[in-house]
Design a protein around this ligand. Structure first.
Ligand code: HEC
Ligand SMILES: [Cu+2]
Length: 341
């Protein structure tokens, strides 16, 4: 019905109708209040107009009236609050098994990296009917990833990840806008979300020449020397990173955090800010040495070695060890050619 109403954007995600329903409710409540107030203004103006011979009478207080006009709006506002909170939490909480896509914003484009390895600019191909989680950061200023047809908008900040998710319900091509003024070409920072049928999407995914993002990260993990300190075969100078993602970590200052994407990112770019308990502060910062895309690949790799069964291209660390220490285990490594720097 609303699709034919030109003032309303198309609805193409599971959250869209929920956002619309709340919005329509707000419009109805606001419209009814406006009508009621107008009607009462007119009625009172006529009813209590000045007439010859009739003296104005002063009315002092009415508890019943005051309680009524406090309690009814209070209840209406609580309904808006509770309803809004429910929709907000649905929109803010990505399902755990969502397909993950990394987004890097820069003046003035959107760079997209899929876990399977595809890269695109100002386009995002996704399958219909699947949860998609976007892990986003900016290379320069604040941008905002806005897809009206999905009713989602999230600021994209330099120096950290922000997350948003959607579940597309209709194949088609939808507008992507930057919704945060980000410089002279801000209005040109647009793109499209291409929602494909699952079969079309499979074909599109398989047409990629790149390996999975986590495999790129695995290679970098060896090339940057991470694997010389972070080992999985024996105690190293840094913590073993296998299985850390999603788990609690104890810090030197006594805090306990859960390892998430932002924590991994910060550990790589600013290792001094959160030290893992029981380790020396020897990890160098990689700020300026790696691009946002490379950080994403490293994060994707560390996540992949924490998800049992989905580890791709296993054994990078032992193979790096075997390259430097001449261990005989290299025969068993599928990728023993990765040389530690
Ligand atoms: C010189 C040795 C060294 C190198 C090289 C090194 N790290 Fe570390 N790393 C450490 C130490 C020691 C810690 C624990 C103390 C801390 O948090 O700073 C650590 C902590 C971490 C953590 C947090 C781990 C946890 O269990 O919470 C991550 C993630 C990490 N490093 C990733 C990397 C990545 C990715 C690289 C390569 C780009 C790298 N490290 C290179 C020594 C190193
Ligand atoms: Cu922008």
């Amino acid at each position: 019905m609303l699709n034919n109403f030109p003032l309303w954007p198309e609805s193409a995600s599971t959250i869209a109708h929920r956002v619309d329903a709340l919005y329509i409710f707000l419009l109805i409540v606001a419209g009814m209040m406006a009508l009621l107030i107008c009607a009462l203004v007119i009625y009172f103006a006529a009813r209590f107009r000045s007439r010859p011979g009739v003296r104005a009478e002063q009315i002092e207080g009415s508890n019943a009236l005051e309680i009524t006009w406090s309690v009814i709006p209070f209840l209406v506002f609580m309904v808006i609050f509770a309803w809004g909170a429910v929709v907000y939490f649905q929109e803010r909480t990505p399902p755990t098994d969502a397909t993950e896509v990394y987004v890097v914003a820069k003046q003035w484009m959107w760079k997209v990296e899929h876990a399977e390895g595809q890269r695109e600019i100002n386009e995002l191909h996704v399958p219909v009917g699947r949860d998609v989680k976007l892990i986003m950061t900016s290379q320069d200023v604040i941008h905002s990833f806005f897809v009206p047809a999905f009713r989602i908008k999230q600021d994209v900040l330099p120096g950290r990840y922000t997350v948003e998710w959607f579940h597309a319900t209709k194949p088609g091509t939808y507008h992507l806008f930057c919704a945060e003024y980000c410089g002279t070409q801000h209005s040109g920072m647009v793109g499209s979300i291409v929602v494909l049928e699952p079969a079309q999407y499979e074909a599109w995914v398989n047409g990629s020449p790149n390996g999975p993002l986590s495999a790129t990260g695995e290679k970098m993990f060896a090339e940057l020397g991470c694997s010389s300190c972070h080992r999985s075969d024996m105690p190293g100078r840094g913590p073993n990173l296998q299985g850390v993602f999603g788990k609690p970590v104890e810090l030197a200052d006594g805090r306990t955090l859960t390892v998430d994407e932002n924590y991994l990112r910060e550990s790589i770019l600013d290792p001094g800010s959160k030290r893992v308990r029981g380790f020396q502060p020897i990890m160098p910062t990689f700020q300026g040495l790696v691009t946002e895309e490379q950080v994403n690949a490293l994060v994707a790799y560390i996540k992949s070695i924490s998800t049992a069964g989905t580890r791709i291209g296993a054994n990078a660390m032992p193979s790096a060890v075997s390259a430097s220490e001449g261990s005989v285990s290299s025969a068993a490594q599928p990728n023993g050619n990765q040389v530690q720097q």
